[in-house]
Design a protein around this ligand. Structure first.
Ligand code: FAD
Length: 624
């Protein structure tokens, strides 16, 4: 093929402007690198391939963390939100989660305009077909026009596009997602370099025409207004909230699906890739939960200026005639028109065990992977990985230190550690239950946990830094005053407490203990604190969460200290596990193939026994 060289050398090349790629480019540029973001189609930047919703349980935490590290996702989600909800509202603040339904087109527009506005990010439309190497180091990429782009590091964020094939019934066609060409050849190149490759699948429901839905027959679910936006840069939810409708599958729906199961590519054996267990297709739900005669469906608008509606809960790859029949058996959808068919997509992923925690491949220097290519599913998971890969790709290019949060600092740290340590056997998504230190990893304190790191890494604008520092100091001061405060029983206290309709204790007590009494309304009690008048709603959430968990969090700090000690014990890359006394052959092989970076990582590998861990610990001592 004829080749030309791009006239400009660039620090970092990001391949793919999906959710991982946008954050990678933004973080790398904020870290100080020049960035070329090469993507197949500039008009699909940050396209939400499936449901245009951001956040949810576990995922909302990731969005807050992306925002806390100066990322884009929270800002774009707030700007394009059609409806906000807080999930798990009745549970404790640690597992409460924000979710927005977004306008898909507006989300893309905001994302693109932010990328366009960054002085160090250069957008480039093109499809990367090859990587360029110098020994075991990537030194550039080649696009389909034969342009050679030279750089110091590369972030690969190809989503569902590597070897992508979509399926609707017995029809299959090569595609990265409906309407977009797949990328062939890149996987082979990685495979030749001995990276472990696998196949996964995911699916999406048909899209419905708003004007053919009998809305007046369906219960509506309004948005919530007392919600904090995702981004620290926004104080209030601004837009008017658009309601969703709720309907359910019927026994007839299930009959139609079961009668046609043999025509589903999943059940006929045509699809080999493993799908997301927690996001099953409707045909999967009908088979797996055979005792259920109905499944709930949310009808969610996809935008303010067109008619597409997303039926959340009926992802399918059944043939189009079966889709028509089963969707029309659902109340309110008897006359519905399907604007787009549902389908499944199968694609290649590269085992995340090929990566270090900074998301750099172990076998190819300066090559970073983020997003769906690592076996994850979800926009938020992709964005969070993209941000970390972007920071580290820039660090590699500029010879700055790498940075990765650990499991005690962020959900991002939990996800990355899970991925690189344990790998994946099915698409990985975030849950709050994956985090062992979840009382301190809350949505409300994501910025307080990560903001100082973001400033050190250069990820904040001046305005964001000022907003963060002011909030950090306000919350810190008020909480410190809470720690020392005693609620008294004298006349002055009685009158203050009466004013706030709070009970008078029988004897004076610490404010934090007072807040744990069942008859004390913490929302009111916060008003007793010095400086409380200056707190905004976001600050109050943080103070209340700290009070709610005081005592438990202190206890968790001891666990965190133990965890940090294990993480600090680095295992040398050259270690030979077969020579360590007291380790069984199975354990030694497991350690040899996973090659954990720290004693902590070794302890989280399945199949590594406590005895093997003790042997390893003793061996490390002999080396120090
Ligand atoms: P993507 O968003 O896929 O972006 C990849 C980008 O890279 C694209 O813009 C593409 O054009 C570009 N690109 C790829 N290769 C190249 C190349 N060689 N050169 C230049 N550009 C390139 N997630 C869920 O959480 N729940 C679901 O139910 C769900 N269902 C899904 C259904 C379908 C049909 C699809 C396609 C995805 C679904 N997802 C779902 C997954 C979700 O879309 C992804 O997790 C998320 O988009 C991953 O982000 P990413 O940045 O890794 O990749």
């Amino acid at each position: 093929m004829f080749h030309v060289k791009h006239p400009d050398f660039i620090d970092v090349i990001v391949i793919g402007a999906g959710h991982a790629g946008c954050e990678a480019a933004w973080a790398a540029a904020n870290r100080g690198a020049t960035v070329r973001l090469i993507t197949q189609n500039l008009d699909t930047i940050a396209k939400m391939s499936c449901n245009p919703a951001i956040g949810g349980i576990g995922k909302g935490h990731l969005v807050h963390e992306v925002d806390a590290l100066g990322g884009l996702m929270g800002v774009a989600a707030d700007q394009s939100a059609l409806q906000y909800r807080v999930l798990n509202r009745r549970k404790g603040p640690a597992v409460r989660a924000t979710r927005t339904q977004c306008d898909r087109r507006l989300y893309h527009i905001y994302m693109r305009s932010m990328l366009d506005g960054h002085p160090r990010i250069h957008l480039h439309q093109g499809s990367v077909s090859e990587l360029m190497f110098d020994g075991d180091r990537v030194v550039g990429v080649v696009d389909e026009l034969g342009v050679k782009h030279e750089c110091s590091s590369v972030v690969l964020t190809t989503g569902t596009f590597l070897g992508g094939v979509i399926h609707v019934g017995d029809r299959s066609m090569p595609a990265g997602r409906a309407g977009d060409a797949p990328v062939m050849g890149l996987t082979d190149e990685l495979y030749r370099r001995e990276l472990k490759v696998g196949r996964l699948k995911t699916g999406t429901p048909p899209r419905l025409d708003k004007k053919t839905i009998a809305w007046d027959q369906l219960p509506m679910q309004p948005g919530e207004t007392d919600v904090q936006p995702f981004s620290l840069m926004h104080d209030h939810v601004k837009q008017e909230q658009i309601p969703c409708a709720i309907t359910r599958t019927t026994e007839r729906t299930h009959e139609i699906i079961l009668e046609n199961l043999s025509r589903s590519p999943m059940y006929s054996g045509k699809i080999e890739g493993v799908g997301p267990r927690y996001c099953p297709s409707i045909e999967d739900k009908v088979v797996r939960f055979a005792d259920k005669s109905s499944h709930q469906i949310f009808l969610e608008p996809e935008g303010g200026d067109h008619n597409e509606v997303y039926p959340n809960g009926i992802s399918t790859s059944l043939p189009i005639d079966v889709q028509w029949a089963f969707v029309r058996s659902i109340p309110g959808l008897e006359k519905v028109n399907l604007i787009r068919p549902g389908y499944a997509v199968e694609y290649d992923y590269i085992s995340p065990q090929e990566l270090t925690s900074s998301l750099e491949t172990k076998k190819i220097k300066a090559l970073f992977h983020a997003g769906q290519i690592n076996g994850t599913t979800g926009y938020e998971e992709a964005a969070a990985q993209g941000l970390i890969a972007g920071i580290n790709a820039a660090s590699a290019a500029l010879e700055l230190p790498h940075w990765v949060p650990d499991r005690s600092q962020a959900y991002m740290g939990v996800m990355i550690d899970d991925l690189v340590t344990k790998g994946v056997t099915e698409p990985y998504r975030m849950f709050t239950s994956r985090a062992e230190f979840r009382l301190q990893l809350r949505e409300d304190n994501a910025d307080l946990r990560l903001g100082n790191h973001a400033i050190e890494l250069g990820l904040y604008s001046e305005l964001r830094r000022q907003r963060f520092e002011a909030r950090r100091d306000r919350v810190g001061e008020v909480f410190a005053s809470a720690g020392a405060m005693q609620i008294g029983t004298g006349a002055e206290w009685r009158s203050r407490l009466a004013e706030l309709r709070l009970p008078v204790p029988t004897q004076s007590m610490l404010f934090s203990s007072y807040c744990h009494r069942e008859d004390v309304n913490v929302d009111q009690a916060v008003g007793l604190l010095d400086g409380a008048g200056a707190l905004n709603v976001r600050d109050l959430e943080s103070i209340k969460a700290l009070l709610h968990y005081s005592g438990y969090i202190d206890k968790q700090h001891q666990d965190v200290d133990r965890f940090k000690k294990m993480e600090a014990q680095i295992i040398p890359e050259t270690i030979d596990y077969s020579r360590i006394a007291g380790i069984s052959i199975e354990c030694s092989q497991r350690l040899q193939s996973a090659r954990p970076a720290t004693l902590g990582q070794a302890s989280r590998l399945s199949g590594v026994t406590p005895a093997a861990l003790t042997g390893l610990m003793m061996h490390l001592r002999t080396l120090s």
